[in-house]
Write a protein that binds this ligand. Sequence first.
Ligand code: CU
Length: 173
Amino acid sequence: MTTKQDKMYRWIGSIGLVALLAITLWSNYGKSHHGHDHSDPSHHGKSTERRSLNESENYTPSGELINGKRVVEFDAEQYRFVPDPLVVIAGEDVELRVMSKDVTHGVMIPEIDFSTDMPMGKRRSAFFTAPSAPGEYPIFCSVFCGPEHGDMTGKLIVLPKHSKGESGHEHQH
Ligand SMILES: [Cu+2]
């Protein structure tokens, strides 16, 4: 092999190396910028699906019934929801009066397509109809709120109709 050929091979080799490096950097750049959608709990390896109720637990519905609607003050702070679990009865109308105590959070119940922001220090109302299927529905934080955001979860417990606290035994307000 002549010196000239030797130089040429080295030259080709280093071009190859640079190209490889560029591809690696580029693909990492792509990954970090296409993001990680912080609002998608499945990216944290979490199941968003309903589970059956734990029959041994005796749940009391959260908040109170006002004119046929379950009204619940629902708070968030790093990194939990209060109350947890949030307990409602199948099929009833729910008004969540949401507020965050620190940074902006969001409450998301994927199984029923419910999601709303929880602004800091300001209570606002959000509404949903409780699912008709009793069970335990995972709740997630939908706004990136800090390093443990991915672990900020809660539970919505949906009790069967005709449980304690159902509409019909309503207090008048
Ligand atoms: Cu949060």
